[in-house]
Design a protein around this ligand. Structure first.
Ligand SMILES: [Zn+2]
Ligand SMILES: [Zn+2]
Length: 258
């Protein structure tokens, strides 16, 4: 538990595990990893993840500069399954994310991005300078089922969490129509609107799954507007976070589905 020494009150940690960088066509072009980390730090976030659509390089870059920037970053990605379900994956180390990234490269259709329609996919270096554009359309679905992707993420000792399951597109509910209680997901993510409406907090469950939420930030102004909070700073450690979710899975259903 974190305490503020001067005022003897509990210090809340702020977590946002769903932020898009400029490598996501739908995100603002100025969302470089360096910029995101600086913004997150300024907004008082303690732990973040960059989760671009079907691409990992900015997430890896963010991890490599996180120490220098002074904010904790865990490697992550938002994969689009064959069923067009968005699935978040998180790992303890970047090598596992790179391995999933290599798999995504093989599974993603070789289709060129149409910047006028989808937006640019801008590649930045560690100093926040533009180095190139990613020409391959990243928002397409990869050629692997949701269940198989979850298996692959688990093989790499990652955490697999269907994203924004209550949304009316690219979600578990919109694409498959239901949440299977036997599914191997480590948690489910709801949209921030649902999180606020249902007054969720970290540690709650939904149909037997731990429930989390992220800002799904696409623009600079989004960063820091939404975060999960906790008074347990051990959650900043990936392995502890993973265990925390596992311990809550299959707890009694405290909330109805959606
Ligand atoms: Zn999504
Ligand atoms: Zn997203």
């Amino acid at each position: 538990m974190g305490y503020c020494i001067n005022c003897w009150r509990v210090t809340l940690i702020k977590i946002d595990l769903h932020i898009h960088s400029a490598l996501s066509a739908c995100a603002d072009d100025e969302m470089s990893p360096s910029f995101i980390l600086t913004e997150a730090l300024e907004k008082g976030l303690n732990l973040i993840s960059i989760t671009d659509h079907n691409t990992i390089s900015h997430s890896v870059l963010a991890c490599s500069i996180s120490n220098k920037k002074g904010i904790k970053v865990i490697p992550g990605v938002e994969v689009t399954s064959r069923e067009e379900v968005h699935l978040l994956a998180f790992f303890d180390d970047t090598s596992a994310l790179v391995e999933l990234g290599n798999l995504i490269e093989k599974l993603l259709p070789n289709v060129e991005n149409k910047p006028d329609f989808f937006g640019y996919q801008v590649i930045y270096d560690q100093d926040g300078e533009i180095v190139d554009l990613d020409k391959r359309l990243r928002q397409a679905a990869v050629n692997m089922s949701l269940d198989k992707l979850v298996d692959e993420i688990h093989r790499l000792e990652g955490i697999a969490i269907p994203a924004h399951i209550d949304k009316n597109k690219f979600s578990l509910i919109s694409q498959l129509g239901f949440l299977d209680k036997e599914a191997a997901f480590d948690a489910v993510e709801v949209s921030k609107y649902k999180w606020n409406k249902n007054n969720y907090k970290l540690g709650d469950t939904l149909s037997g799954f731990p429930v989390i939420c992220g800002s799904d930030s696409h623009h600079p102004d989004d960063i820091g507007l939404f975060y999960m909070k906790s008074d347990d700073d051990k959650l900043l450690d990936y392995q502890f976070f993973k265990k925390y979710l596992a311990e809550r899975k299959n707890e009694n259903h405290r909330r109805p589905l959606i």
